[in-house]
Design a binder for this molecule. Structure first.
Ligand code: SF4
Ligand code: SF4
Ligand code: SF4
Length: 394
């Protein structure tokens, strides 16, 4: 009975996504400005630029309203129902006092700096520095409709394979070598370090933590329920162009990087999905990444990546902190008892599991065999260091 329901839900979700894709194809709604490839900072300081940002303000406003609405709804549900649902499983009041704060890890600081710098390059790089490496394609979800990209995002041609083969042969070679070169070399570390959509979601997560709003915890069942959606999106991403459609018509990245680069767009389907991505990213870290088709495709090559997550099963005390911290819900990182290499296709190399692991060297990240980040009890305990008056933080 349960599996029957699952199949019906999966079919309904797939049909819903297909209907949305068809609707977005019929009504693409984009009005892109023609680009004069000017290299100018003046554009970013003009009144015209502020006007092109209006759709983004609307998206941010709708997402903020949606988030407030969900928080209120959760509080009402939590108050009214003794049997709390996962959705409403919130503390109605936030406990007073400061949570233990670890000393910031160098790895995390470097990751944030790289993410911000790369988003800057993908969005405004061409406008400021010129289109220097625009024949090089990096597999990130940063809309290449933004023709100001200093280096191109590969998602357009991956979603339009039919058009790729119409390019001159040297462009095809440049695309294949750079896209697959980066994917094979870095794997999904691209998601953890380079993708601007990843940065946006991490920022939403930071905002939630700062605002002390409770997130939505996902269990294995919920991750499992997302699997058919993920595969359905991969099929639509790669196959829609052959059926006469266009994935870009409802991709959330369209509603961000072109607008930020000052290219005027109207917001409809992509804008609506971006609102959901922002809301999802607020309540669940990297919510969109769990179903992102580009990320899933990059995951196919994870075996070749130079970035690896290693586990010393002897040092592991099975506390489960790594699983709790993982934004992609990877359970093997915690359950693995034999293998040293615990890298999986979903791992975005964010390092959260290592940051939260309380055992020395139980988890580490390596690049080309060299350890670049490792778990440390001392770092975890630094959050409980006595304050100036000798009291321990609680
Ligand atoms: S999963 Fe998709 S959206 Fe997330 S970081 Fe990777 S490419 Fe970007
Ligand atoms: S396994 Fe660790 S590094 Fe990989 S996604 Fe999960 S928390 Fe991030
Ligand atoms: S956090 Fe570290 S010690 Fe705890 S289960 Fe994970 S690997 Fe083992």
């Amino acid at each position: 009975m349960k599996s029957k329901r699952k199949i019906i839900i999966t079919i309904a979700v797939c049909l819903g996504l297909a209907a949305l894709a068809y609707f977005a194809w019929l009504f693409p709604f984009y009005q892109f400005e023609s680009n004069d490839f000017e290299t100018s900072l003046q554009k970013l300081m003009s009144w015209e630029y502020i006007k092109t940002l209006v759709p983004l303000f609307i998206i941010a406003g709708l997402a903020a309203a949606g988030i407030v609405l969900v928080i209120i709804l959760r509080k009402i549900l939590a108050k009214n129902s003794r049997k709390k649902t996962r959705f409403a499983d919130v503390r109605t009041s936030i406990p007073k006092g400061r949570a233990p704060k670890q000393k910031p890890a160098l790895f995390m600081a470097v990751r944030w700096i790289i993410m911000i710098a790369f988003a800057f390059i993908m969005i405004w790089g061409g406008l400021i520095f010129g289109l220097k490496m625009s024949s090089m394609s990096i597999p990130v979800l940063s809309c290449p409709w933004n023709t100001e990209q200093m280096t191109e995002s590969s998602c357009y041609y991956l979603a339009h394979l039919n058009e790729l083969f119409e390019l001159p042969w040297y462009s095809i070679i440049a695309f294949v070598v750079s896209t697959f070169g980066f994917t094979i070399l870095l794997g999904r570390a691209i998601c953890g370090f380079l993708c601007p959509m990843g940065l946006i979601q991490d920022i939403m997560d930071r905002i939630r933590r700062r605002s002390k709003a409770e997130g939505i915890k996902m269990n294995e069942k919920m991750y499992g329920a997302l699997t058919p959606i993920k595969w359905c999106l991969v099929i639509i991403f790669i196959g829609l162009c052959f059926a006469g459609g266009n994935f870009c018509n409802f991709c959330p990245a369209v509603a961000t990087s072109p607008i930020l680069a000052g290219i005027s767009t109207s917001l409809y389907v992509s804008g609506f999905i971006m609102v959901l991505v922002l809301m999802g990213g607020f309540f669940k870290r990297r919510a969109f990444c769990t179903v992102c088709p580009l990320g899933t495709i990059m995951g196919f090559f994870h075996r070749f990546s130079l970035f690896r997550i290693k586990k010393d099963c002897q040092s592991c005390t099975e506390c489960g902190a790594c699983y709790e911290a993982c934004p992609m819900g990877i359970k093997t990182i915690y359950t693995e008892r034999g293998k040293t290499d615990v890298t999986t296709e979903s791992c975005i190399m964010c390092g959260e599991c290592i940051k939260c692991c309380p055992e020395d060297n139980a988890l580490s990240m390596t690049f080309a065999g060299k350890k670049i980040y490792t778990s440390s009890r001392k770092k975890i305990m630094s959050g409980y260091a006595p304050d100036k008056n000798g009291r321990e933080e609680k």
